[in-house]
Design a protein around this ligand. Sequence first.
Ligand SMILES: NC(=O)c1ccc[n+]([C@@H]2O[C@H](COP(=O)([O-])OP(=O)(O)OC[C@H]3O[C@@H](n4cnc5c(N)ncnc54)[C@H](O)[C@@H]3O)[C@@H](O)[C@H]2O)c1
Length: 270
Amino acid sequence: MGHNLLKGKRGIITGALDENSIAWKVAQKCHEEGAIFTLTNAPIAMRMGEINKLAEETGSKIIPADATSVEDLTKLYSESIDVLGGKIDFVLHSIGMSVNIRKNIPYTELNYEYFNKGIDVSAMSFHKMLAVAHKMDALNDHASVVALSYIAAQRVYPFYTDMADIKAMLESIARTFGYHYGKQKKVRINTVSQSPTKTTAGGGIKGFTEFYEFADMQSPLGNASAEDCANYCLALFSDLTRAVTMQNLYHDGGYSATGVSQEQLAAMNK
Ligand SMILES: NC(=O)c1ccc[n+]([C@@H]2O[C@H](COP(=O)([O-])OP(=O)(O)OC[C@H]3O[C@@H](n4cnc5c(N)ncnc54)[C@H](O)[C@@H]3O)[C@@H](O)[C@H]2O)c1
């Protein structure tokens, strides 16, 4: 049951591919909390058609947009404003893709064409989403923008290869754009650094299952689920967090503050 935390708010939610997607849960929770929003994804991802179910469930319109295209993003904001009946109060950037990871290319041998693609899709798209909104003045004062990140932006996780550098860029964009947009319109911009989560993007990483278990063992609260992540995102979209901006916020069951757990040590002794 919702608490009407987002009643009267209008949003744009990217990245809901299937029911495992973090964005899918965010959309469900935002709907529960009384928000109205549009859903968007890359035209190619629409082919699976899964998103139609979510659109029906939440009464949302789907507006296809490749997040690397300024033209598509401009259309996304203008159509969203039309459909929702006013400027936007919250945006979720839930987009990640690395061809180097998909093709199992080690960090020391990265393919630069793929690296560029990863940067464009997973980090520069965030700048573009913000820059287009800024240019169009598409966001209301005190709007909240959240992008999803991972702790490999701060510490080494060898299997995360180029996405580690890309997430570092994403987090930096949140800080720097957060400064400018905050000064001008009180718009807040944060990244949520989420636990490993079983989704299409997560599962594509080599050794993900083992690492998922390892992280779960290290986190006093266990890995944070996609549902919990959705709750955290909607708290950030709500008026309860009006002074939180330019932060990278760990949402990981305590993983990032734990050096090692007794369970991990016990597992070593088996
Ligand atoms: N799953 C994890 O373990 C984990 C952990 C921390 C952070 N994250 C981040 O969470 C976010 C969402 O990923 P997820 O785990 O829900 O996986 P997911 O595969 O369900 O979502 C990724 C989405 O990105 C979309 N996308 C790819 N290219 C695009 C483009 N050009 N334009 C628009 N959309 C595009 C995909 O269609 C998909 O919907 C990503 O930023 C990911 O890096 C995931």
